[in-house]
Structures are given as C-alpha cells and as structure tokens.
Design a binder for this molecule. Structure first.
Ligand code: NAD
Length: 512
C-alpha cells in the first residue's frame, strides 16, 4: 500500500509515528514499543509505546477521580456531551473508517459502517440520558413511599477484540458515559491506532466542555499484564469483555472471584437454516454476506448453513457460483468484497481447520487455498471456503475465525433446529422461510437457543437498538441497546416514611 495512503489517513487523525499508548487526560506511556502492522500489505504503520503496569495504575486512579466528578453532572448534560462526541465522529467518519480498514483489513464500506455504528450508539445514548427510569412501588405500610433509582456504577473496564476495533468501545463508552461512569479501555494490541484515534476524538470534546479526559481513559498493553491488572482491579466494578471464549472464561473467573460484574461477549458459531420454502436469491445473498463479509472475522459471521434436503443441491451449487464472483483484494479499493485476514496466525488456523474437517470426513467444495492473485505479498489473503460437513465434527463445533462455511442437509424443521442448537455457542442465528410454522417455531421457546434469532435476515449486521449478545459459551452478556444500560448502573431501593409513627414491615411489633 502506498505510503501516501498511510499519510493521508494517519496525519489528519493526529496519529504520530511513535504514539504514547496510555491516556488519563494526558498522553503518556513507559512500556515496551508495539509495532503496528497493516494486514493489507504486512508493512508497519506506526509504533505505540504501550502502557506498563505502573502506567495502568496512573490511568485507573485518574479514571476513578474522573468518575467521582462525572457522576455529579446531570445525566441529560452528560448526554449533551455524548451528542457532541457523536457529531465529532460524524466529521471524521470517512477518515476513521479508512483507519479501521488500514489497521484491521475490513473493506472500506465496513470500516465506515463501523464508525456509523459509533454514531448511532451516541444518538441512542443521548435519548437514553433522559430515560434512565426507575420505578415507584406501593408500600405495604401507611404513609410510606417506595422507589427504585439507578445510580452510576464506577469506572468500568472495556476490553475489546481486534475485529470490531472501534464500535465495541463506542457501544460501551456512550452508554456508560450517560449512565455516569468513566471507562478504561484496553483494545486489542492488533489494532491500537484506531483506539488512539477514537480516544483523541472523544477527548477533544471532553476537554472543550471542561470534563476530565479520564472519563474516556485508554491503556494499550498486553493482555497478560495490563489486561490482568484491569480485571483484578476492585475499583473496576464492571468489566465488559469482547473476545474469544477462552479469554472470556478467564475474565469471568477473575472478576467473579472478586464479585465484580461482567458483560461477556464471546465467540459464536452462527448458522442459517435455509428452508425449501424461501426466497432462494435472498438467502444466497445473505449467506454470502454473512460468511465472507469481514473475511469471516465477525463474531456473528455465518459459519454453518443447514439446508432442507430438497433444496440442498441447488442451493449449494448456486452458492459456489456466487463465491466464484467475489472480488478479493486490497480492501481500500472499490468493488473489493473480501480483504485480508488479520494475520498469518489466522491463515494457519484457516488451513488447519480445512485439514481437520477433511480428516473427519468433510468435503472441500470451494476455496481452501491462499489467494493466488493477492495484491501484496503479506501472506494474509485466502479464498473463502465452502465445505460439506456434519454438525457433530469436532471442527464444526468450534469457532474458526476465518472465512470457512460448513454446509449440511436436514429433513424436518425440528431436526434443523436440533442441528442448529447442537453447538456450544449461542450468539446469532437465522432462518430463511416463507412458512409461518417454520418461522414461528424458530423464534419460539422450542426454537433457536441464541441471543439473536432472525427471520429472513442473516446472522451478521445487527442494529444498535437491540440488546446484543449470546447465550451458552458466548457468555450471556448483552450490550448496546434495549435496557442493557442497567448493567452500567446499580439499583437502589428507597423506602421513605412520612408517617408520624414507626411502622415495621410485615406488621412486626417491636415496642418497649
Ligand atoms: P482474544 O480473546 O484473543 O482477545 C480479546 C481481548 O482480550 C484483547 O484485547 C486481548 O488483548 C485481551 N486479553 C488477552 N489476554 C487477556 C487477559 N489475560 N486479561 C484480560 N484481557 C486479555 O480475541 P480476538 O482474537 O481479539 O477476537 C476474536 C474473538 O472475539 C472471536 O472469538 C470473536 O467471536 C469474539 N468476538 C465476540 C463478539 C461478541 O460480541 N460476541 C464481538 C467481537 C468479537
């Protein structure tokens, strides 16, 4: 990729060649340097001086102090500041979207789409800032009043995965901010520059409004030191973790042991059921987007397609046809639908999964190779792959974070749902059908066991207004829309007596 493109993206976003990786209102960092590589061409973009464990302490202390100040500001005023951050993101949407592409490798439309998600969640949070409703309750005692209020929780930790380098922080930050919490963000070390750029955008607005910058704190550092500090820190009342199930289990254990709260957003193994009674064209287009979009590196990527046996051959044949037309290449270029995967470790996982599937009896129908016409010699371009497989295969039971799709037939809808649910994960799910029974069965209490279940819509590309997350090994967390905000606050039940005498609950008499 031309150096010109790098300059055109980095400079206007104020990313220096060597950037400090900790922010508590000031930028600093005394840890080891971290070279940032673009998956597009395998070449360095910039260097970040990571936060050391001592730097983490400084950031966490500042975030705690910032929280004490921030929580005292009325919620609608906090909302106004989030509105201004949303506007600042609007101004930088194109640039920040390009940086997402440069650093993570998703195509430009998806990079910009991610920034749009940040803007959307800011808008959502602004409205929420006037709707942090509690309840009033009827007391059993005369002249008493009961109510529930929601109070700010404290500084919260946000640990994010590489594949949504900015949106996941925004989901947490914007909602937490209107709730009165400061946020300490530890992004993936694979994508630190987008975190620095996003924090700079937010920090400028905070500064202009006389708010401590540590409301949007940042620590870039290794999971095993800075990440561990954060999850073990009793000041951090809630850790919102997005990442693999393996790491999520570790976070759940550590935070659980200190009785902190977690939101765990972990791996998925998402399937689409394709009925013989559906609009096949729509199903094909949607499965394609779900399976090859973001080069198969979304938590909601379609990994399995369960197809009614009468439609199996036709659907798979057409799917192979659509895969053949997908343009793979430089994600900064127009018309490209699939860019590189994040790194060569991901390529190794891709080949290992294909081999494992073949060993278990699976058949390679398309792909299974490095992309021969890759625009750069980075070793990160692969051909999206389709394999016929059985649901019970060990490899099909696991999430491989690469563009591999397993197809399998079913006979009855009940069998399809059993196959669908027969994996350890439970994030996103979909059915394509025009049959009311099948559609309703899928979303009923006997249907999909996932946190997200769609009809005639794919598994990936959720809107921010709904609660986002999944069940089983996906962790059970919900963030972003609906009433997810309640997790960023604590509930307080108040009983207020205006009676002239004492009344104990349950009519107990306790008199001298
Ligand atoms: P990962 O688990 O390798 O890393 C996630 C984060 O955990 C990174 O910031 C990493 O630095 C941090 N980390 C590592 N060790 C840590 C420790 N000991 N303590 C604290 N933090 C630590 O995941 P990844 O490869 O970046 O992302 C891909 C995974 O994330 C996939 O499994 C994907 O499904 C999942 N994901 C889930 C969602 C969701 O909403 N459910 C969204 C995006 C990604």
């Amino acid at each position: 990729m031309p150096d010109k493109a790098r300059k055109e993206i980095l400079k206007p976003l104020d990313i220096e060649e060597i950037s400090p990786g900790a922010f508590d209102g000031e930028w600093f960092g005394s840890g080891e340097p971290l070279g940032v590589i673009s998956p597009i061409d395998g070449k360095p973009i910039a260097t970040v001086t990571q936060a050391s464990e001592e730097d983490y302490e400084r950031v966490a202390a500042a975030a705690y102090d910032a929280f004490l100040e921030w929580r005292a500001i009325p919620a609608p005023k906090r909302g106004e500041i989030v509105r201004l951050i949303g506007n600042a993101l609007r101004e930088k949407k194109e640039l920040l979207g390009k940086l997402v592409t440069l650093e993570m490798g998703k195509i430009l439309a998806e990079g910009e789409g991610e920034v749009q998600e940040m803007i959307d969640v800011c808008d959502f949070a602004v409205g929420l800032s006037r709707q942090l409703y509690g309840l009033t309750l009827k007391s059993e005692r005369p002249d008493h009043r009961m109510m529930e209020q929601w109070h700010p929780l404290g500084p919260i930790g946000v640990i994010s995965a590489f594949n949504f380098p900015v949106a996941v922080w925004a989901w947490n930050f914007a909602v937490a901010a209107v709730c009165g919490d400061a946020t300490i963000w530890k992004p993936s070390s694979k994508v630190p520059l987008t975190a620095i750029a996003s924090t700079k955008i937010a920090a400028e607005v905070l500064k202009e409004n006389g708010v401590p910058g540590a409301v949007a704190s940042l620590v870039i550092g290794r999971g095993k030191d800075v990440g561990e500090r954060l999850i073990n820190d009793p000041r951090v009342r809630l850790v919102s973790f997005t990442g693999s199930t393996v790491m999520g289990k570790r976070v759940g254990e550590v935070v659980g042991a200190r009785l902190g709260k977690t939101i765990l957003e972990l791996g998925g193994n998402n399937a689409v059921i394709v009925s013989d009674r559906c609009n096949i064209t729509n199903a094909l287009q949607t499965v394609l987007f779900g399976a090859v979009g973001t080069a198969g590196q979304r938590c909601t990527s379609t990994r399995r397609v369960i197809i009614q046996e009468k439609a199996f051959e036709e659907f798979v044949g057409k799917l192979v046809g659509t895969y053949q037309q997908v343009k793979i290449g430089n994600p900064l270029d127009d018309g490209v639908l699939v860019g590189p995967v994040i790194d060569t470790a991901c390529v190794e996982a891709y080949f290992a999964a294909i081999e494992a599937c073949k060993k278990e009896g699976g058949e390679l129908l398309y792909g299974g190779a490095a992309y021969a016409d890759a625009p750069f010699d980075s070793g990160t371009y692969v051909v999206p792959t389709i394999m016929e497989a059985e649901n019970r295969y060990d490899i099909v039971q696991r999430e491989t974070f690469a563009p591999i799709l397993y197809v399998m037939p079913y006979s009855t809808i009940e069998e399809a749902v059993a196959l669908h649910n027969g994996v350890p994960q439970g994030l996103s799910s979909a059915i394509f059908t025009d049959d009311v029974y099948e559609a309703e069965y899928f979303v009923s209490d006997r249907g999909s066991d996932c946190g997200i279940a769609n009809v005639n819509i794919g598994t990936s590309g959720a809107e921010i207004g709904g609660a986002f997350g999944g069940e089983k090994e996906t962790g059970g967390g919900r963030e972003s829309g609906s009433d997810s905000w309640k997790q960023y606050m604590f509930r307080q039940t108040n009983t207020i007596s205006w009676a002239k005498e004492i009344h104990l609950a349950q009519g107990i008499k306790f008199e001298l």
